[in-house]
Every structure is written in structure tokens, then in C-alpha cells.
Write a protein that binds this ligand. Structure first.
Ligand SMILES: C[S@@+](CC[C@H](N)C(=O)[O-])C[C@H]1O[C@@H](n2cnc3c(N)ncnc32)[C@H](O)[C@@H]1O
Length: 203
């Protein structure tokens, strides 16, 4: 496994649950929807997804899946790479890719986008969120590819533009692409976090 992927397992093993707070503005899904979450981590988004349909969630980190299991007992959890899905085609009404795509290198991001499109049923929707170039952390660490930074933890993060997101998911129809900013107070200082949020439709 690539070292930037192994870095996640080490991080979860040493720090436990990493992602706190509530997930804002989750979309409403029709009753009985079959849902896939890519890179579910310790289950922050997973815990907030509606109950009622079938939920499959995957991550490259086994430690993350152990943590996710504690918050979402009814999900099918799979140890897998989102750029090589071990799933049949066209099975999902909704695919969530929240803060996972940006942790892959460019070739992996393109593969994830193709796999996400493949996994959706016609009429299904992909929900995407990831940090963008206006984020407070953009530019921190070693730039290993344009706009992609490796930090001390060994974790990679790419910071997107809206155009890049649209181009990345070019197999799908864009329904909305927006930038969302919020303030974060750290040790008395105010910083700005910024993400691109997008919804794509499979025709
Ligand atoms: C920032 S966390 C996001 C957690 C979750 N999506 C949420 O919104 O609560 C990113 C997760 O992506 C996982 N990840 C990174 N690269 C991956 C890949 N190629 N395939 C699957 N998961 C991956 C990491 O292990 C980590 O748990």
C-alpha cells in the first residue's frame, strides 16, 4: 500500500476518532435509497446518513472501519480503495465522497471519479465535498503535485478549484457546484476553512 494511505491507519491507531462536530446540510434521500460512502473514516458523515435503505461504506484504513462500526452498526463496511471498487456496476442511488478525493494523487482522483460514476444507477447522484484553494491549510507542507501537499503526518491533501471538480467528474452531469467558507478559531486567532461542495447526476 502507498505510504500516504498507510499514514491514515497510523493516525487513527494513535489518535482514535479524528473527526468531530456535526455534518451540515446533508441531502434528503428517497426512502429505501442504496447508498455508498467512499472514505468513510471514523464515521462522522456515515453516522448522519438516513436510516432506512442499504448503506455500504468503505475506507483504506482498518482502524477507521473499527471506529466507524461503533457509530453505525447497520452499515456494510468494506476495507477497500475508492479508486478500485470491489463492487458491481450501477448499484447505488447515491454516492458520497466527502473529504476523500483530495487525499489521492491525480491519477487516483481520476480513477475514483470513474469508479463513483460506474457505481451509480442511472438517475443516481454523487455528493462531493473537499477543501479548496481558499482553505487556511492550502499550501502547507511539501507540494508533491500541483495543488497537492504532503504534511508531516504523511497524509496528502489536494486543494481543488470548482473547475477542477467539474472536469474530474466529467462522466456525470453537474447539478450544482458551490464554495462554502466558515471561520475557525485556533488559540485566539481566526482562520478560514473553505470547501467545494458539488452534486452530480448520472444520466
Ligand atoms: C478526512 S477523512 C473523511 C471521513 C469521512 N468521509 C467523513 O466525512 O466523515 C478521509 C478518509 O479517507 C480515507 N481514504 C484516503 N484515501 C482513500 C482511498 N484511496 N480509498 C478509500 N479511502 C481512502 C482515509 O483513510 C480517511 O479515513
Amino acid at each position: 500500500m502507498d505510504s500516504h494511505l498507510e499514514a491514515w491507519d497510523k493516525d487513527y491507531a494513535s489518535r482514535g476518532r479524528l473527526w468531530g462536530g456535526a455534518v451540515m446540510d446533508l441531502p434528503l434521500l428517497p426512502e429505501g435509497s442504496v447508498v455508498l460512502e467512499l472514505g468513510c473514516g471514523d464515521g462522522k458523515t456515515l453516522s448522519a446518513l438516513p436510516v432506512g435503505g442499504k448503506i455500504v461504506a468503505l475506507d483504506v484504513s482498518l482502524e477507521a472501519l473499527h471506529l466507524a462500526r461503533r457509530v453505525r452498526a447497520d452499515a456494510n463496511l468494506i476495507l477497500a480503495d475508492a479508486s478500485r471498487l470491489p463492487l458491481r456496476e450501477e448499484g447505488f442511488d447515491a454516492v458520497f465522497a466527502f473529504h476523500v478525493t483530495g487525499h489521492l494523487l491525480a491519477s487516483g482522483r481520476r480513477a475514483l471519479a470513474r469508479e463513483a460514476a460506474r457505481a451509480l444507477v442511472p438517475g443516481g447522484r454523487l455528493f462531493f465535498r473537499d477543501f479548496c484553494k481558499q482553505d487556511m491549510r492550502a499550501g502547507q507542507g511539501e507540494e508533491v503535485e500541483p495543488g497537492t501537499f504532503l504534511r508531516g503526518s504523511g497524509i496528502l491533501t489536494h486543494y481543488f478549484t470548482k473547475n477542477e471538480v467539474e472536469e474530474l467528474f466529467c462522466d456525470l452531469q453537474p447539478a450544482s457546484i458551490d464554495t462554502h467558507r466558515w471561520k475557525l478559531r485556533v488559540k485566539g486567532e481566526t482562520f478560514v476553512r473553505a470547501e467545494v461542495g458539488a452534486v452530480f447526476l448520472k444520466s
